[in-house]
Design a protein around this ligand. Structure first.
Ligand SMILES: Nc1ncnc2c1ncn2[C@@H]1O[C@H](COP(=O)(O)OP(=O)(O)O)[C@@H](O)[C@H]1O
Ligand SMILES: [Mg+2]
Length: 382
């Protein structure tokens, strides 16, 4: 997740540049915009940075804001460790005070400390996509659904490509991230919000991505590490989408936190059979309500139709996605998910599915575990 920061009274571009370099999104305001903030609802930002360099007093508005919005993290940047100003800051309830020369490390550490004081959020939705066999369109679906969910609120959705050394999700979104899921899994003991943020890549359209690696992993994938990664991601992102390799049993064991597991079939007999076995195993392991079945590349005149697939699966199909190879391939070749250009049936079906996931997520009551009920629970019941 990238941090959203409000920056007040910046005396030059330095703070903004340091924040951008660390992956934060900033909105800049003049210092006098602090007045009035206390009277408003809590601003939609993770942290406020108040640049007081060249000044000798902490504006009274800072104390008012802190009193009205005690959970809002505030960092003051000052010219020096002036004892009078530090005392004023502390009286205002501000504990983070960064002085010149301001470094990226000092600013980042202060932000991490104020973020750590904020209460933990409920874990976000985790939607896992897994194919009945390779080539059915799982990555296409995962990428488009993640893009559709993430585009309204930038950095609200993280797509993790769990094909550690063989994934191609980054190609679908035209990204070439420097770090990968292998870096996360190999350093899982260090995995916290800040470390995750440093590994995650951005796309132009708001989706964050933890991509597969070109180099593979040193050693086998540890299921506990995958679980820890998913847990960390779900703590920090309202929505996490997983592109799960179908042939790796350790990945299937790591999906406890998934709110919905979407098994993808197409109309080939082998894919239907594979999806049926996969869905049965996943239902047994994680409960019926959490597993949804969809059909990708759906052809209305194909020999195996919706009814036959439902019979084999023993449950209704949550959604079919029409076949449009030219469109799917064209989008892949330019690295732009086709759901962004919503004027064809395939894009509309991705958008509808994404809407179903998010609208159910906000309306379904939490169950005893504290996790939201399966997003597509109604589809899993027969
Ligand atoms: N709805 C669709 N209609 C036609 N072709 C599709 C569709 N979805 C995906 N494809 C194509 O199928 C191929 C495999 O898709 P991909 O998403 O990589 O599958 P998987 O992840 O299951 O291996 C790609 O060439 C892709 O463009
Ligand atoms: Mg794939």
């Amino acid at each position: 997740m990238s941090i959203n920061a409000y920056l007040f009274g910046a005396v030059n571009r330095q703070l903004e540049e340091l924040l951008h370099a660390s992956g934060a999104r900033t909105v800049a305001f003049p210092l006098d915009a602090l007045a009035g903030l206390a009277a408003q609802p809590p601003p939609p930002t993770d942290v406020m940075i108040v640049d007081l360099r060249g000044r000798s007093a902490v504006p009274a508005d800072v104390a008012l804001i802190k009193r009205q919005h005690p959970l809002l993290g505030i960092v003051i940047v000052a010219s020096s460790l002036d004892p009078v100003m530090m005392l004023e800051a502390m009286r205002s309830g501000v504990t983070e005070f960064v002085t010149e020369p301001v470094s990226s490390a000092d600013l980042g550490a202060a932000i991490d400390r104020v973020m750590a004081q904020q209460p933990a959020r409920d874990p976000g939705q985790v939607v896992a996509f897994i194919g009945g066999k390779g080539g059915v369109g799982t990555t296409t679906l995962a990428v488009n659904v993640a893009t559709a969910i993430g585009r309204s609120v930038p950095s609200s959705t993280l797509l993790i490509d769990l094909h550690v050394g063989t994934g191609d999700a980054a190609l679908f979104v035209g990204a070439e991230p420097r770090f990968s899921v292998a870096d996360a899994l190999e350093n899982v003991q260090r995995l916290d919000d800040a470390f995750l943020r440093s590994l995650v890549g951005r796309t132009k359209f708001g989706l964050d991505l933890l991509a597969s690696s070109d180099r593979g992993m040193m050693g086998p994938v540890d299921v506990r590490a995958v679980r820890t990664l998913i847990e960390c991601a779900a703590r920090h992102y309202p929505c996490v989408v997983l592109d799960v390799p179908h042939a790796d049993p350790s990945m299937l064991d790591a999906l406890e936190l998934a709110t919905t597991i979407v098994v993808v079939a197409n109309q080939e007999l082998s894919a239907v059979r594979g999806a049926s076995r996969m869905a049965a195993a996943l239902r047994q392991r994680y409960g019926r309500d959490r597993v949804a079945i969809v059909v990708s590349r759906y052809d209305t005149v194909a020999e195996i139709g919706r009814k036959e697939i439902e019979r084999v699966m023993g449950s209704p199909i949550a959604q079919v996605f029409p076949s449009d190879y030219r469109l799917a391939l064209g989008a892949l070749n330019v690295g732009r998910p086709l759901v962004l250009d919503n004027h064809n049936k395939l894009a509309a079906s991705f958008a509808t599915f994404a809407r179903g996931l998010t609208s159910n997520a906000s309306s379904e009551p939490a169950v005893e575990t504290g996790r939201s009920n399966g997003l597509f629970g109604r589809f899993g019941r027969t």
